[in-house]
Ligand binder design. Structure first.
Ligand SMILES: N[C@@H](CCC(=O)N[C@@H](CS)C(=O)NCC(=O)O)C(=O)O
Length: 232
């Protein structure tokens, strides 16, 4: 039996949570990264990707898509962990926090898709203006509002983990790479947004110092210093 093959671009993007989840769960997988966009497009036009998107996970002769569905699949391979709890209420809390991550970035993803993937209904100047507006709104309103809610969920859960599970769940894997990206100013260009959320900075520190996760990044230039200094 071959190991599951994760297909994505050579960037963290939507695949990093899955890579980290496999790693944390100690499940071997192949981390396949497309050599270029043409290779991805060839796969897309082959019709193998149900929604024409990646990440995708090849498990024997089946191809799974949608990152959160893939995360749940990986978690269920490690049923004894808190990754996806058996308790239906706790599982729904985990799902809600994953969905909240999608909601937080909906505006940005739509704005970028319009420019990059052919849904470009606007002239270049108008498109840039709209993207700038989206980014400004994201920094000043959207992200802080979602992060406030995330802190409230973290506190209400009463554990170190976002959905109140006893160990890290897929909700933590959904959010950690994104919060790390916010800390680095990757999505919005405003690297200071996270400074107002010390509980989330502490969460990031907790997540990225999990032994398996720290080990995963030990040979890469990734920083797991979440102080303002670590951002520089
Ligand atoms: N909801 C999907 C979104 C996947 C997605 O947007 N994938 C992008 C890359 S991050 C993609 O495949 N874009 C190429 C395209 O649509 O042609 C998920 O979470 O997996």
């Amino acid at each position: 039996m071959s190991v599951p093959k994760l297909l994505y671009f050579d960037i963290p993007g939507k695949a990093e949570a899955i890579r980290l989840c496999f790693t944390y769960a100690g499940i071997p997988f192949e981390d396949y990264r497309f050599k270029d966009r043409e290779e991805f497009l060839a796969m897309k036009t082959s019709g193998k990707l149900v929604f024409g998107q990646v990440p995708a996970l090849e498990v024997e002769d089946v191809i799974l898509t949608q990152s959160t569905a893939i995360l749940r699949y990986v978690a269920k391979l490690k049923a004894e962990s808190a990754l996806y709890p058996a308790d239906p209420i706790l599982a729904a809390r985990v799902d809600a926090i994953c969905d909240q991550e999608s909601d937080a970035f909906m505006g940005l993803r739509v704005a970028k898709y319009k420019g990059r993937f052919g849904f470009k209904f606007l002239e270049d100047d108008k498109f840039k203006e709209q993207l700038d507006d989206t980014l400004a709104n994201l920094n000043s309103e959207v992200i802080p509002r979602h992060l406030d809610a995330l802190v409230a969920a973290l506190k209400a859960g009463g554990t170190d983990w976002l959905a109140g599970t006893k160990g890290p769940s897929i909700a933590d894997f959904c959010w950690a790479p994104v919060l790390k990206g916010i800390h680095e100013g990757k999505f919005t260009g405003d690297a200071k947004v996270l400074d107002a959320f010390p509980d989330l900075v502490a969460f990031l520190h907790k997540f990225y110092t999990l032994p398996a996760i720290a080990e995963y990044y030990k040979d890469t230039p990734e920083t797991i210093d979440f102080s303002a200094k670590g951002r520089a």
